[in-house]
Design a protein around this ligand. Sequence first.
Ligand SMILES: C[S@@+](CC[C@H](N)C(=O)[O-])C[C@H]1O[C@@H](n2cnc3c(N)ncnc32)[C@H](O)[C@@H]1O
Length: 262
Amino acid sequence: MSYTNQSQQWASLQASKKHLSYDYLEKPAMYKYLGKDYETVLCLGSGTGEEVEYIAANCSPKIVYGLDNAAGLIELAGQMYPRQNTKHETIAMENIHKWLEYENLIGRVDLIYSSLAVHYIEDWDKLMGDCYRLLRPGGVLLFSTHHPIKWGSQTIRSKEKNSFLMGYTKNLKPEKGVTSFQVYGDYLTTRAIWDKLLGKIDIKYYHRSISTIFSEVQKAGFLVTNLDEPLPIDEAKNLKNDFWAVHSQIPLFLVVRAVKPN
Ligand SMILES: C[S@@+](CC[C@H](N)C(=O)[O-])C[C@H]1O[C@@H](n2cnc3c(N)ncnc32)[C@H](O)[C@@H]1O
């Protein structure tokens, strides 16, 4: 994982507000679920702090914690968005139980927010369990993640073309009694996938089907209230028609809202 090696580039892209998949698709889909009645908010995998800043500025919380395991991003977040009611800390989601504030916040967090970061975690049993413990009854877990239809597809990248294939072909004329077929992608198998983001950032993420995502969240005790497959917003059409056209038909991300029952 090397977000840290590309900290400055990542920060510039995020600050530009022209990151298509974020600013014209994922952020609007997540922000529409935010309320104004939070005291304590925890952002997991908060990167260079844009979401921490947005929540601090728009949801009048007493405190927003931004946690990320990339020290370079956390350092930039602190420099770019200094606020009294925010704290940016370098910590891996796998280790939130070791985080200094953890014990004090058990059962007290109003909102756990996580944008496009939970797919980097292999053990959701532990992650979802930690989120459940930290939230107060009635508290909300809101996260976005890779949509498995796109991110579980067979990916072929070259200088000329990127292909993302999910499906199969089957020869209708069996030869010697055998039907030949070819499967592209793998929707159902939970597994690690290695890829390169923006042609630069080496990532390893975990693919899960929608039913696996749903049941992992539910198993921790949450009630899933919303499961969205957001489309790009209209402004994206004029800005980059191919992005708009593709992702109006093939979902890029999934947004999940879940509540800890009272
Ligand atoms: C795609 S970026 C999203 C950043 C931010 N949430 C946003 O929407 O701008 C994913 C973030 O997850 C962080 N991340 C990856 N694995 C992590 C882990 N195990 N613990 C904490 N953060 C992690 C990365 O450092 C990166 O900042």
